[in-house]
Design a protein around this ligand. Structure first.
Ligand SMILES: [Zn+2]
Length: 102
């Protein structure tokens, strides 16, 4: 089922035009951001606006339909970040330092 333009615009406006996973602004990407089903349709995720997020192509390809993954540091299965349920700052950090070495 195709999402309506109203739904797409609502998702884009709520996300302020940035990927809700990595925060990449739409204007910094040559590929338009996509509306992602946080819980994919394969897992019977609904088309409700509350279950959708704006997602860059890189994050969408990495996440795919997954809702959980093995934590590479500790081993257990953990839920992936859910933009409507989790606090972004508890899952991600922004690297602000650039290594000046060549
Ligand atoms: Zn992203």
């Amino acid at each position: 089922m195709k999402l309506s333009n109203d739904v797409r615009e609502t998702v884009q406006r709520r996300a302020q035009g940035a990927c809700e996973y990595c925060r990449l602004p739409q204007e910094a990407s040559i590929v338009p951001h996509q509306v992602d089903h946080i819980i994919g349709r394969q897992r019977r995720g609904p088309d409700d606006v509350a279950t959708l997020c704006l997602c860059c192509i890189h994050c969408n390809l990495k996440k795919g339909p997954d809702i959980a993954s093995i934590d590479p540091k500790t081993g257990p299965l953990v839920a992936l970040y859910h933009p409507r349920r989790h606090a972004w700052r508890e899952h991600f950090t922004v690297a602000t330092e650039v290594d000046p070495s060549p």
